[in-house]
Design a protein around this ligand. Structure first.
Ligand code: HEM
Length: 343
């Protein structure tokens, strides 16, 4: 072997040795997790339903585990007690969001949901909490909510008379959208009675699907160099698997059975106090819309159930409705379409 070949091979071995040693050093500080493959890390373990794959991995590695998603070190929390320990004591450290590359360039600079904790985020949260979604303001807008729910029931009456099914997700989305747009701009944004081909819900859902799609740059920030954007400081993220926390057999009786009555005698606080039930998140990033959601969800559901009887559209089986579609939120794979008929 000549001098140059020895130099090249020697350098390659030295680099591999250095890389392996650094990997080991950094892994030592992290919670347990599956061994990462070169380059892709553990991405191949996520599959089409990451929430289910992460649940299965947590059975092996425990309620706090680490994964390497491409270049990104990811801490996954899979139990309520671990979520409490980590999120309550380290709220500040866990308060910044992982923002998909698809929306990093413009939108995120103005969105309360995407901004890191900073003065602009605090101002936006203050406007939401004190001006738009405060209990006083919501009480003052009670008439708006009644009006929008009445319109929803009128639409259901029309479907009932014609024996037509309606898409429950669709109509409740439009009702909520109109409620918000009336609160903010005194105007409806959606028409319950319109059959327009391109529905706003579809447009918004398509945007969310695009945003939720894994993008190479999200896992390999170094690729951003190609677009001359520079590498953002984003070396670690955390995921709280709320899906598995809500299905914890050691806490919930029959967690997979639909039993709304389980909440009748429960004094669990779902506003971020009891980590067994955190549909609105916890800490300083908790959903600011929860006072509105807590008013709207029972009123809409209660009005639909007490105004009509319901049957499923003919060719749909209840078991088909249990399927989930993974995305930025978990949606039903098949929408719930049902026909209202008089009580
Ligand atoms: C049943 C209805 C709802 C559920 C289950 C829900 C759930 C959530 C969750 C889990 C988060 C993330 C919290 C975290 O990171 O810890 C969130 C954030 C957020 N939600 Fe909601 N939400 C609902 C309704 C609403 C409504 C009606 C609004 C507005 C009117 C809203 C506005 C927001 C905003 C702006 C954020 C971002 C807050 C921030 O990052 O500072 N949500 N929501």
């Amino acid at each position: 072997m000549d001098y140059y070949s020895t130099l090249v091979f020697g350098s390659i071995f030295a680099l591999i040795f250095l890389y392996t040693a650094l990997q080991k050093l950094s892994i030592k500080k992290l919670p347990p997790g599956p061994s990462p493959w070169p380059i892709i890390g553990n991405i191949h373990l996520l599959g089409a339903k990451p929430h289910v794959s992460l649940t299965n991995l947590a059975k092996i590695y425990g309620p706090i585990m680490s994964l390497k998603l491409g270049q990104i070190a990811t801490i996954v929390i899979s139990s309520s007690s671990m979520a409490k320990q980590v999120l309550k004591n380290q709220d500040q450290a866990f308060s910044s969001r992982f923002i998909p590359n698809a929306i990093q360039h413009n939108y995120y600079k103005f969105s309360v949901a995407c901004l890191p904790i900073c003065p602009q985020w605090r101002t936006l949260r203050k406007i939401l909490n004190t001006n738009i979604l405060s209990p006083n303001n919501l009480d003052a807008n009670q008439h708006l909510r009644s009006q929008k729910v009445k319109e929803l029931i009128t639409y259901c009456e029309k479907c009932s008379q014609q024996g037509q099914p309606l898409d429950i997700g669709h109509v409740t989305f439009k009702t909520n959208l109109n409620l918000l747009s009336n609160t903010l701009f005194s105007q409806d944004l959606a028409d319950l009675f319109s059959d327009s081909k391109v529905e706003l819900k579809e447009v918004i859902w398509d945007i969310l699907t695009e945003v939720g799609k894994p993008n190479l740059v999200d896992f390999f920030p170094i690729l951003e160099k190609i677009g001359l954007q520079g590498i953002r400081r984003r070396t670690s993220v955390h995921i709280v698997n709320v899906w598995v926390i809500g299905r914890d057999f050691t806490f919930w009786d029959d967690p997979l059975v639909f039993k709304p009555e389980r909440f009748w005698s429960s004094d669990l606080d779902m506003r971020g106090q009891d980590f067994e039930l955190i549909p609105f998140g916890v800490g300083r990033r908790i959903c600011p819309g929860f006072p509105l959601a807590l008013r709207m969800v029972p009123v809409i559901l209660g009005s639909l159930l007490t105004s009509f009887n319901w049957k499923l559209e003919a060719d749909i089986e209840p078991k088909d409705l249990d399927m989930e579609k993974f995305g930025i939120t978990l949606a039903k794979a098949h929408p719930l379409r049902a026909i209202p008929f008089p009580l």
